[in-house]
Design a protein around this ligand. Structure first.
Ligand SMILES: [Zn+2]
Length: 263
């Protein structure tokens, strides 16, 4: 299994970080998790096989997580010679079908009919699904937007998960931590400092308690607002808040490999 942080930024534009996007490769699946602004440049920059993506997993509909979707389908339609024939499967929250219909109405039919089959599946909490390549997908609703969810992706011998954007209501550290428990890599947002965070995002103290419950092999910290990452050492704040596991505060292009490569 190979994981690449394609875009680790936020809603605030930055020269060195794109909007949220991760690339995951395992056996037959080449999967994007979110597709924020800058994703196409990131995929090209890190030499990732964007033309042969098999699946896209969407955590929620904020533009910093899905803004590059029309551009990706336009590129697959017109910029991917020789023409692509393989189907592409989109996994997203309830409302993903309607989102794609609206995108198609706004920018063009190629979003739904790019010259190959686009299959859209809406994921529901408690209902496991699997990609054609055999990755198991499950989701758990998060405190961010009406549709937002965290995602867990299980291969044969490695597993990763992503909080998407989320707050951490009372009791959720245990419940969300258990859903995201025992992962090789937990990708987690940490938007803002403890004294400036809103109800629908994580801060070091919240993330320390979530990650403490989830106990991942490696914690990948993403979606840190620019002023916060310039001002503070987020890894140190996590440690001060009591999280003792391995932490990497991400930059675009960071990568991880694990498992046997067969998963
Ligand atoms: Zn969001």
């Amino acid at each position: 299994m190979r994981l690449v942080a394609v875009g680790t930024g936020t809603v605030v534009p930055e020269g060195d970080r794109g909007g949220s996007c991760f690339y995951l490769e395992a056996a037959g699946s080449r999967l994007l998790i979110d597709c924020g602004p800058g994703a196409l440049q990131g995929l090209a920059r890190w030499d990732l096989p964007w033309k042969s993506i098999t699946d896209i997993v969407i955590t929620h509909f904020h533009a910093d997580h899905i803004g590059a979707l029309p551009g990706l389908f336009f590129a697959l339609r017109h910029g991917a010679a020789p023409e692509r024939g393989e189907p592409l499967t989109v996994w997203g929250p309830l409302g993903t079908g309607r989102l794609f219909s609206r995108l198609a109405a706004a920018v063009g039919d190629y979003v739904l009919h790019p010259g190959f089959a686009v299959r859209i599946h809406e994921l529901e909490e408690g209902v496991g699904q699997a990609t054609e390549g055999g990755l198991e997908l499950s989701v758990r609703s998060t405190a961010h937007t009406e549709e937002s969810h965290a995602v867990r992706i299980q291969g044969r011998d490695a597993a990763v998960g992503y909080t998407g954007d989320t707050g951490l209501p009372e009791g959720d550290a245990r419940a969300l931590g258990s859903f995201l428990g025992g992962l090789d890599v937990l990708i987690a947002e940490c938007s803002l400092a403890d004294d400036e965070v809103s109800d629908n995002h994580l801060s070091p103290r919240r993330l320390a308690s979530l990650a403490g419950a989830a106990n991942p092999g490696l914690l990948w910290v993403t979606h840190v607002y620019p002023h916060f990452r310039r001002r503070d050492d987020v890894a140190e704040l996590l440690s001060t808040a009591g999280y003792e596991g391995a932490v990497r505060v991400l930059s675009d292009g960071d990568a991880w490999s694990g498992g046997t490569g067969e998963s």
